[in-house]
Design a protein around this ligand. Sequence first.
Ligand code: 3HC
Length: 699
Amino acid sequence: MYSLVHVKRQGSILGIEIDNPPVNVFSQQVRFELREAFIAAAADSAVEAVVLFCVGKTFVAGADISEFDLDSIPQPDPNDVFEAIEAMHCPVIAALHGSVLGGGLELALACHYRVALASTRLGLPEVTLGVIPGAGGTQRLPRLAGVEAALDIMTNGAPVSAQRAYELGIVDIVVEDELFAAAFDLARAVIESAKPLRVVSTMPLDKRQIPEGFFDRCRNSLPKVDRGGRAAREIVDCVETGLTLPFGAALERERTAFNLCKNSSESVALRHLFFAEREAARIPGLGSTKVERRIETVGVIGAGTMGSGIAMNFANAGIPVMLVETNDQALKRGLSLVRKSYEASAAKGRITLEQVEKRMALIDGSLAYADIADRDLVIEAAFENMEVKQTICRQLGEICKAGTIIATNTSSLDVNVLASASGRPTDFVGMHFFSPANVMKLLEVVRGDKTSSQVITSVMTLAKKIGKVSVISGVCYGFIGNRMLEGYLREAEFLLLEGANPLQIDRAIEGMGMAMGPCRMIDMAGVDVAAKVVLERQRAGGLPDDPAYRSVVRELFARGRFGQKTSIGYYRYDGRTAIDDPELGALCAELAERHGIVRRSAISDEEIVERCMLPLINEGARILDEGIAYRAGDVDVVWVNGYGFPAYKGGPMHMADVMGTHTILSRLSHFATSRGNEYGYWTASDWLTRRARATNVAS
Ligand code: 3HC
């Protein structure tokens, strides 16, 4: 009795249907039932063709990633299933819709023909999980699409449209609708034509098309193995060796490489993030009985860089949005910012000019709050000032229709205070977009003390619709991401005072994989912006009583060294090129003397990395202790998607897991002794201490 695979006969054509919701993953049970179905079909000489399709929103979206934690892929092996399909006595046609990814595309490639709905996306995204296509993808795709195009698809992992797949020869027919009718028609046409079956594994690879030195150039363009490039490099090797090996041997070579990648620390980290990103969208304990508010129209207060960027997210997803400003000039400027940004995307070929106009038509402007009174969601994105934002929230509470979700885009202010100003705290939520808001994937959804679960889930659903990776945060200074930044930047500055220079710090931090070192990052964001945050925190009494704390950024600010915008900050700039500035060294030496900090002639890169990473982990742990983040994975998702933490290291909390709690505690204690711990900088969080105790008990 089959449960996930069903067989339906239409005359001499057999329909084989996979029904494994939600995304029809190619799990062990599906493989087993599918192979049985093909064995039975092969034994039935009355079957003249098979159409393979899936129920629900997509064709098979990939192998079951959770099986990768096992030592080996459980039987039956996908390659055995594919062998059974290719060996069929009659044509097998795959009818594709939704996301045909990874093992799903490999399954389709094992069929003799492919018909796809125009909306289908096809790809081999394994590299984004730190693995390679492990079921023939590296060998079959180049046979259909050519080596260059196939390598491009596999090494960048992004899916292609059905139309592009057609142009590349990956699919044979693209239809706007009536997928099954088209697949059955093709089946009948193939039966009638009596042409030999198109078995992809037996097709020749066209080596003549490959330019001299192509594979080396390809490898040179990829990240090194220790920078997350292992899987992409293995893909290149598999394709290159596949040119000379018999198909069966090439499959074996591919499987060895797949297993190597699957067991790598990068893949474990990337798989952790895959599941963490999906888990992050859930409120623990809420179950699946969630009732949501419809969000079909949006208003944004403030048409500055942030407000316009936020508005673009909605227009991109087809949601009408109204930008509200206080004066005509600011409004026009905001709308023209949006247009310029869309036109730049069109110039790069990312969207068409028609799309530019379509999106612009979804963005309206107004100078009157009354015009957004009937919107389902209103986001204030005004200047980061408590009084200004309180006034806006009060006004929104007065004019918005009942049921409007009111959101603030604050990055640092108390969401509970703003919620209470609105007079509708249950309808109030924080939506912390990151700049540039139309580009950055991360959205911190901040739940105030009184925000209703319905509001949170509605906003999380909307976030997914606009393509954001969203994480729920409680209310605290800086929420999850910016709060963790504090200890990280504090240590970067102490290292400067102790004698390291910005180049060395950035090089060490970038060497461990961060997209940008702390000094370069502040110079880019603006020393003035960073210093004002520190000064404001100090004014509010939120900083340690340490006169040396963030003294470098304050001094740079006082001297007008605002970073890239003034061509001088932590570095001196020649255009965008950062140059070491000896004056900065002198300034740090002066500050060190003022604060009684001993300078050292050599500070190792290892120390720099540890000094910056340990506070990050420790603060992440405090955030968990306080219930600000629900799960360690949430913290990782924030830092990977918003702060350039290397995905192949899985985020700070995953890194902590890899390092081991005992090691972290002992390193914190080491720095507490060697650097002093007057202000509690190196005091371990309760979360870490508890975990260490729990591992003691367990072992
Ligand atoms: N394995 C296991 N679970 C998977 C999965 C997979 N390949 N793909 C999705 N899921 C699960 C998700 O974890 C989620 O579970 P949850 O509801 O318990 O959180 C559920 O399916 C729905 O997933 P999404 O929330 O992501 O659904 P969307 O509709 O937003 O997106 C999708 C659908 C585009 C298919 C997206 O799920 C996706 O990108 N999946 C991964 C695709 C992929 O990477 N495939 C390649 C796998 S590796 C492989 O095939 C190796 C092969 O070469 C041997």
